[in-house]
Design a protein around this ligand. Structure first.
Ligand code: URP
Ligand code: ZN
Ligand code: ZN
Length: 470
C-alpha cells in the first residue's frame, strides 16, 4: 500500500488551524504529527508532498449536484465523468447527487438508473439522495428500503414544479412521517409552485418574457411561505428537515426561528445566492440573463439578501454551502426559453468553484478558516451520514485531502473550466486562493493544472443517518 507524507502545511479543521504533517497509508490517514515528526520515515514513503505555506484541508463535499439529470426539456450537461473531474479540480472529493423518481415510477428503478449512470464513471466518491416525485404507498415503502439497505438516507421533495416533481402538503406530511420514523432527512425545495405558476402565466400574458421575469414571478414570499409551511409540517411529523438552495433572507429567518426553538431544521445556500443578483446578472441585456435562471431565483441585491446569507453562514442559521450544480449550455439548452423565460432550463453549474468562491468569505473576513472548512467539508459529512469517514483529516478517515495555496489566484472562465458548459456564471472573476493538489482516498488526482486521477476511481458512498441532529 502506497504511503504518502504531506509536510510543512497547516491543517485546517472545523475547530481550527494547526501546523501538522500528515501521514497517509493506502486510502486512509494514518497519523498527524507536529512538523518534522515523521522525518525519520520520510525516506520509506512512496511520496512526500511539500505543503509549506499552504493549507491542508479535508476534501470538499458538495451535497447538492445534478449530473445528467433530465430536466426542463433537456438534461444537465455534465455527466458523472465530466462533472466529477471538474469537482476534483475545485477541491471537492465527494458529491451527493440526486437520484430521480417521478410520479408513476418505481423509486428503486430510479435509484438503479442513477447507479448505472455513475458506476465506473466517477473520478471522486459519490453518494445519492433520492428525489421522491410521486409520494404513494410504494414510494413510502421504498424510503424505508433505501434507508435500511441502500445507504440512501435523505429524500428530496418539491413544493415547486407542479406536474413535474411537485408534492402536495398531504403527500409531504406522509413522506415526512416516514422519514421521521426512520431517522432519515427530508430535503425540501421550498417554493410555492402552484402560486408561482399563476404569476408566471400572468407575466407571460402581459408579454413579460425575458429571463429576469423568472425571479420577478418567484417573489421572496413564495420561498418564505413554503419554508415556513415545510417547517410546520416537519414539526408535526417529527422529521429532520433540510431546506435546499435558500436565497431569501425572510426564509432563512424562518429556519433561524425553528432552530432557536430547538428543531432539527437546517438550511443550505449556494455560491450563486452569495455572489450573483437579479440586477447585475439575471437582468443582463437580451437573452444573456438566461445563464442565471435557477430556482430559487437570484435575488435583488438592494434588498439585503446577500449580506443576510453571509451573516447566516457565520451564525449557523445556514449550515452548508453546496452548489446545486445543474449545468445547461446556452446553445440548444438555455435557448429553449428564448421568448419565454418559463421554458429556460433551471440551473447553474459551479461544482468546480465552490471551495474557491466560499474561500473569498475568508479573504474578506466574513467567515474564518475553520468555518470555511466546516461549511464546505465537515458539516456536509456530518449532516448526511459520512462522518468521520469524510469531512476531516484525522487518523482512520479517508485520505481525501486538498492542499490549498492561499497565495495563489484563480481566474474563472468557460475557456479554462472543466465543467461541460459553454459559459460560466462567474466569467472573468479573479479570486484569491488556488487548489494546489487533491488526493482522493490516498491517490493524487489533481496536481496543479493536471488531472492525474481516473474515471472509475470514485466509489459509491453508502451513507448512514445524519450525525448532525440536535
Ligand atoms: O434551478 C435549479 N435549482 N435546478 C436544479 C433543480 C432543483 O430544483 O434543485
Ligand atoms: Zn430544488
Ligand atoms: Zn437542486
Amino acid at each position: 500500500m502506497a504511503r504518502t507524507l504531506i509536510t510543512g502545511g497547516t491543517v485546517i479543521s472545523a475547530s481550527g488551524a494547526q501546523a501538522s504533517d500528515v501521514l497517509i497509508d493506502g486510502e486512509v490517514v494514518a497519523a498527524l504529527g507536529r512538523p518534522g515528526h515523521f522525518a525519520d520515515i520520510a525516506s520509506t514513503c512512496d511520496r512526500v508532498i511539500d505543503a509549506s505555506a499552504k493549507y491542508v484541508l479535508p476534501g470538499g463535499i458538495d451535497v447538492h449536484t445534478h449530473m445528467e439529470m433530465p430536466f426542463g426539456g433537456t438534461s444537465a450537461s455534465d455527466t458523472f465523468a465530466s462533472g466529477t473531474v471538474a469537482a476534483a479540480f475545485g477541491g471537492t472529493t465527494s458529491i451527493i447527487d440526486f437520484a430521480l423518481q417521478r410520479t408513476g415510477e418505481d423509486v428503486r428503478d430510479g435509484l438503479a438508473a442513477w447507479h448505472a449512470k455513475a458506476a465506473g464513471n466517477c473520478a471522486i466518491d459519490y453518494g445519492f439522495h433520492q428525489i421522491i416525485g410521486g409520494v404513494d404507498d410504494a414510494a413510502l415503502e421504498a424510503m424505508t428500503y433505501l434507508t435500511e439497505h441502500e445507504g440512501v438516507t435523505s429524500f428530496k421533495l418539491f413544493m415547486a414544479y407542479p406536474g413535474v416533481f411537485y408534492s402536495d402538503d398531504g403527500q409531504i406530511l406522509r413522506a415526512m412521517q416516514r422519514a421521521g420514523g426512520l431517522g432519515a432527512t427530508i430535503m425540501m425545495h421550498a417554493e410555492n409552485g402552484p402560486a408561482i405558476d399563476v404569476l408566471v402565466a400572468q407575466a407571460l400574458a402581459r408579454g413579460e418574457t425575458e429571463p429576469r421575469y423568472h425571479s420577478l414571478t418567484r417573489p421572496v414570499e413564495m420561498e418564505e411561505e413554503a419554508t415556513h409551511r415545510a417547517i410546520m409540517l416537519a414539526r408535526v411529523a417529527k422529521a429532520p428537515l433540510y431546506i435546499v438552495h435558500m436565497s431569501a433572507q425572510e426564509a432563512v429567518a424562518a429556519v433561524a426561528l425553528a432552530r432557536d426553538r430547538g428543531a432539527n431544521v437546517f438550511g443550505e445556500t449556494c455560491p450563486q445566492y452569495l455572489y450573483l443578483s437579479l440586477e447585475e446578472h439575471l437582468s443582463k441585456p437580451g437573452f444573456d440573463g438566461a445563464a442565471y435562471v435557477c430556482s430559487t431565483p437570484l435575488r435583488s441585491r438592494g434588498e439585503g439578501h446577500h449580506d443576510a446569507l453571509w451573516n447566516a453562514l457565520r451564525t449557523n442559521d445556514l449550515s452548508i454551502v453546496s452548489t446545486d450544480h445543474c449545468p445547461f449550455c446556452m446553445k440548444d439548452q438555455k435557448e429553449l426559453g428564448r421568448g419565454n423565460f418559463s421554458k429556460i432550463p433551471n440551473g447553474i453549474g459551479s461544482v468546480e468553484h465552490r471551495m474557491d468562491l466560499l474561500y473569498q468569505g475568508v479573504v474578506t473576513g466574513q467567515i474564518g478558516l475553520a468555518r470555511w472548512v466546516e461549511l464546505a467539508c465537515t458539516t456536509p459529512a456530518r449532516m448526511f451520514g459520512l462522518y468521520p469517514r469524510k469531512g476531516v483529516v484525522a487518523p482512520g478517515s479517508d485520505a481525501d485531502v486538498v492542499i490549498y495555496d492561499p497565495r495563489g489566484t484563480t481566474d474563472i472562465s468557460a475557456a479554462t473550466h472543466h465543467m461541460n458548459m459553454d459559459h460560466s456564471a462567474y466569467e472573468g472573476i479573479h479570486v484569491d486562493g488556488r487548489v494546489h493538489t487533491v488526493l482522493s482516498r490516498g491517490r493524487v488526482i489533481v496536481e496543479g493544472d493536471a488531472f492525474t486521477g481516473s474515471r472509475g476511481h470514485g466509489t459509491f458512498l453508502r451513507r448512514g443517518l445524519s450525525s448532525y441532529l440536535l
